[in-house]
Unconditional design. Structure first.
Length: 568
């Protein structure tokens, strides 16, 4: 497994020529058969519009369609296997919640189980906020953590459709949500891994969908949905969620002060909107404080902050300077925190440019497709739309925060997914009116842009590609195969993992669930002879195995302690 890979969106033989052919065919039809092509598009649009007007029905259809389509391609894109550090951290969180608790007691042999993004003191827990873990817990209760992922992506698409329905005419709202479903619901790491993205994106859509409805109608249900969206953001991506919420919060205060819709009395605003919203926010803050207290012993100390304080010597932002190196209990942590992290970013302008370019590339492949380039002529008009000032402000703030961080992955900015696709749909709408020499070239290009997304997804699925950046969702099938084999082998098992000197520090095998002592299969790190002896004595009732991922990652042999010549 590799952590860095090709980020190109053109990966397959014939893909470029197919995409080019779609664009040329669209332009040729617009030039040489304008009336016939326009009539065909109008017929499609009429049918589309009729369905889109049934807003509740179409939201339900979209939710189940996303799930159904993804299940239909299981023979080509099977249930994902975790492989990235973050995924195992989220899965531990989901397993903990599925066991009916927020955290777990520290284990006596914690040093042998220590791994990335996991806290061991004061309790054994994942460092992540509980939002993504909650959907994985739901999936685990239903039979498989990935079920939670599928449900969350379907819910995200439905939430974005609901948000679009207040910002766009119904048929354009459905088109935009359909684009989101295509982009994220089939061949995206948001669907095909356990990193997350969909939950935070749904939270952002609820916030931007509820606020205009509050301004128009001042209904309690919209206030509750606004509070729910803010709660989701706070418990998935608190940093980006806070930035996203600032423009919406200012808009809300402006409305509360009576600057918009003054016909609604202040008393009605306070009773119908402010009070229920305040109740939701107070409950959210109380839960977050309790969650932090249970996991870290301090209601104001987040688990991810504690993890950084415990393990990291690098800062989180571009302007942070490295702290003195820390001491670790194993070589893999030494190589990761004192090696890779410190070498990857060294506070130079060259490093700033490199990490920014990497973020642009990764975000481009996650949120866009080649056909989106055809919409560039319509974007300036979309940006000038006064009604879009709040979404645009949220996009700018989240983008600034995203690029200010040293290490940022596209799903960190998931809250603005609805804003990005809102702008793309607006660009499509504006391009319909663009003509060259009296021909509807803008309409042709906008249609081609939509078709190109479907073509790209088709290429990815047919080539069994889970995401344009495959390393985000390829997983670690060798580890999973060993785990599955021992799950069907009588008795309890302990696997000691011995890494080689040239080990890829992004390929970590030592992860476990919430239950340590009662787990059928445990993964532990081979350390010094003294710690290994304590571990073997503690788990004397288990079958002890050795795996060496850097030699043969499929071989499982009975464990024998290394001889004096091989000890480090």
């Amino acid at each position: 497994m590799k952590i860095l890979g090709s980020d190109t969106m053109l990966q397959f033989p014939g893909e470029f020529w197919t995409l080019l052919g779609v664009v040329l065919a669209s332009v040729v039809l617009a030039v040489f058969a304008p009336r016939q092509s326009a009539n065909a598009l109008r017929a499609i649009a009429r049918a589309f519009a009729k369905l889109a007007e049934r807003k509740v029905l179409v939201a339900g259809l979209l939710f189940f369609s996303v799930i159904g389509v993804r299940l239909a391609v299981l023979p080509l894109l099977p249930v994902p296997v975790p492989g990235i550090h973050d995924e195992f951290g989220y899965l531990l969180l989901g397993d903990t919640l599925a066991h009916g608790r927020l955290t777990n007691p520290t284990h006596a042999m914690w040093m042998s189980f220590e791994s990335f993004h996991i806290n061991w003191f004061p309790t054994y827990c994942s460092k992540y906020p509980p939002g993504q873990g909650a959907v994985l817990a739901l999936g685990e209760v239903l039979g498989l953590p990935w079920i939670g992922v599928i449900l969350s992506v379907g819910a995200m698409c439905a939430a974005i459709l609901w948000m679009f329905q207040v910002w766009l005419p119904a048929k354009w709202a459905l088109l935009g949500a359909g684009l989101v479903a295509l982009k994220f619901g089939i061949a995206s790491y948001w669907m095909n891994s356990y990193w997350g993205g969909a939950v935070a994106a749904a939270g952002g859509a609820l916030v931007l969908g509820a606020m205009p409805r509050i301004v128009r109608h001042a209904r309690t249900r919209d206030a509750l949905l606004l509070g729910l969206g803010l709660a989701i953001l706070a418990n998935t991506r608190p940093y980006e969620g806070l930035l996203f919420s600032i423009p919406v919060g200012l808009w809300f205060l402006w409305w509360l002060a009576g600057k918009t819709r003054p016909s609604i009395t202040l008393q009605a605003r306070l009773r119908r909107v402010f009070s229920p919203l305040a109740a939701i926010l107070v409950l959210t803050l109380a839960f977050m404080g309790y969650y932090n207290w249970r996991l870290t012993g301090n209601p104001f100390l987040f688990p991810h902050v504690l993890n950084s304080q415990t393990y990291r010597s690098m800062g989180l932002f571009l302007w942070d300077h490295p702290k003195p190196p820390k001491h670790y209990h194993n070589q893999q942590f030494e190589d990761f925190y004192n090696g890779w992290e410190r070498e990857d970013y060294q506070n130079t302008w060259k490093d700033v440019w490199c990490v920014s370019k990497e973020k642009l590339t990764r975000s481009g492949t996650t949120y866009f497709w080649w056909g989106a380039l055809l919409l560039i002529p319509g974007l300036p008009i979309a940006f000038r739309d006064r009604k879009a000032r709040v979404p645009l402000s949220a996009l700018v703030l989240v983008a600034a925060g995203f690029f200010a961080s040293i290490w940022s992955f596209p799903h960190y900015a998931a809250a603005v997914t609805c804003v990005i696709f809102l702008l793309l749909v607006q660009a499509i709408r504006h391009m319909r009116t663009m003509r060259i020499a009296g021909r509807a070239i803008g309409l042709a290009l906008s249609c081609a842009a939509v078709c190109l997304l479907a073509v790209e997804i088709g290429f990815q699925v047919s080539n069994r590609c889970c995401d344009p950046r495959e390393w985000t969702c390829q997983g670690d099938p060798s580890r999973a195969a060993i785990q599955e084999k021992l799950m069907h082998t009588p008795g309890k098992h302990l696997i000691l993992v011995r890494y080689g000197e040239d080990h890829n520090i992004h390929d970590e095998w030592v992860y476990n669930g919430a239950e340590i002592d009662s787990a059928k299969v445990l993964w532990a790190r081979e350390l010094n002879p003294e710690q290994n002896a304590k571990l073997l004595a503690y788990f004397k009732d288990r079958h002890i195995w050795l795996v060496e991922p850097d030699k043969d990652n499929t071989e499982l042999i009975p464990y024998q302690p290394p001889g004096p010549s091989s000890e480090k």
